[in-house]
Design a protein around this ligand. Structure first.
Ligand code: SF4
Length: 447
């Protein structure tokens, strides 16, 4: 259990010097107990107090890293139950299960389809994270050789195997790339913990003995010197997975229950009736609160929505994804090309730019600084008004690029056209469609 605010207060200098940004040491102590500040914000803590306070300020859910540095997947270290309380930090890793006994060609093709899948959304490349390699062959040599093939394709690997000898063989081949060992059970934990320690690899822990059994097992493994653990509480059906994942998150965050303060792993395909069911269960796991999600069916049609959901949930709600304000060229616009204006919320930018690109007609797109808000939100917050648009036209020297003086504003902010006429007296203010999807038909008639 962590220290209370008052216990922490007793370990602070109690000089109320305010350098931490709080008016008193007590206020800082309360924030530290709630894990809303870092201990390093107080420069005057003694070494003796620091060691005690470090324990209190350590993350309630351990950060665990899997895979080589270039494509590592970091999960855990979350601090809130609900995203709106602050943010979620480390998105769950999406891994696809491949059995090691597939024919070589088929195996290589399956690895390649996972490694090669990349989509771009709001300017960010999204992809699956790695392969969960199942030792279906029962042969240590085959398992090791296939693990090597996954790593050679540049992907992190989870070693799904209950035979310590086969895991040892695979670790000899790929141990330096931080594979996740899955895993330690009541029967194998000593051998698996030994391997995890030897190769400094993270270790998944599973039991069908409930959360009490899981906590007892992690305590034993931690006692054996392995700290990077991942939890599989052993349930598979939808409601139980949701309940258990929520319980684990609550125990870690609200009760600071250290023996269960680790990220989790789930296997949606093991209870799903079909691939759609599996994708829906995976979506549940993205939202609540999986660290690693092992899927059985690779299908871009379900992977893309999962990646989108994951990106949305793991974006800091206080820092929307933004593009830089400026004048953007879509296609190769000349001085006659239309000029559209919108906000610098990434989704807005890419929606508008995508529609213009799809039309194949070049255009100028002026992006105003709206602090990353979408059109209506920015307008309501006073971040996308006539003054800002007028200022941007001047700042980006838009007039020098055009031989016309027409500017198309989003239909949602038609009410500002009068004020914008005052800001830009030489310009004709045109009201465009409300939604980006209406832009192509609008521009077809633009002259
Ligand atoms: Fe107290 Fe440290 Fe904050 Fe100063 S910086 S008020 S000593 S907690």
């Amino acid at each position: 259990m962590g220290l209370s605010g008052l216990q922490i207060y007793k370990l602070l200098p109690r000089t109320n010097c305010k350098e931490c940004g709080f008016p008193t040491c007590l206020a800082f102590a309360m924030k530290l107990a709630a894990r809303q500040v870092e201990l390093s914000a107080c420069p005057y803590v003694s070494d003796e107090s620091k060691s005690q306070l470090d324990a209190a300020s350590a993350p309630p859910i351990r950060l665990v890293s899997v895979g080589p540095e270039k494509r590592k997947v970091e999960v855990g270290n979350e601090t809130v139950l609900y995203r709106h309380e602050k943010t979620f930090y480390h998105e769950p890793g999406l891994f696809y299960r491949i059995k090691d006994d597939l024919a070589e060609d088929e195996f290589a093709a399956r690895v390649a389809e996972i490694a090669d899948y990349v989509v771009e959304r709001v300017g960010i490349e999204l992809s699956a994270n790695g392969v969960a390699l199942e030792c279906a062959s029962g042969d240590a040599g085959t398992f090791a050789q296939r693990a090597e093939a996954v790593v050679e394709a540049g992907l992190p690997v989870i070693l799904l195997c209950d035979d310590p000898a086969a895991v040892d063989a695979a670790l000899k081949a790929v141990g330096s790339t931080k594979p996740l060992i899955y895993g330690a059970s009541d029967d194998t934990w000593e051998a698996m913990a030994g391997l995890a320690k030897q190769y400094e690899a993270p270790l998944a822990v599973s039991t069908s003995d409930g959360l009490d059994g899981l906590a007892a097992l992690t305590a034993k493994i931690k006692g054996a010197g392995v700290e990077d653990l991942v939890l599989d509480p052993g349930v598979r059906a939808w409601p139980q997975v949701l309940k258990t994942q929520t319980t684990l998150r609550r125990l870690a965050l609200k009760k600071n229950f250290r023996d269960l303060g680790y990220p989790t792993i789930v296997f949606p395909g093991e209870a799903a009736e079909d691939p759609v069911d599996e994708a829906l269960m995976a979506a549940q796991a993205v939202a609540k609160y999986a660290g690693f999600i092992v899927l059985d069916t690779f299908d871009p049609a379900s992977l893309y929505p999962l990646l989108t959901l994951r990106q949305n949930i793991y974006t800091d709600p206080q820092k929307p994804i933004q593009v830089s304000p400026g004048l953007y060229e879509i296609g190769d616009p000349g001085p006659d090309a239309p000029l559209l204006v919108t906000t610098n919320f990434s989704l807005t930018y890419f929606s508008v730019a995508g529609e213009v690109e799809g039309l194949g007609r070049p255009a100028w797109l002026m992006i105003c600084d709206s602090e990353g808000m979408s059109v209506l939100t920015a307008w309501a917050a006073g971040k996308f008004d006539a003054e800002r648009i007028g200022k941007s036209v001047k700042e980006f020297d838009v007039a020098s690029k055009l031989n016309h003086r027409k500017i198309v504003i989003p239909g949602h902010v038609s009410s500002i056209s009068g004020e914008l006429e005052e800001e830009l007296p030489d310009w004709e203010i045109l009201v465009g469609p409300r939604e980006a999807i209406g832009i192509p038909s609008y521009l077809r008639n633009w002259s």
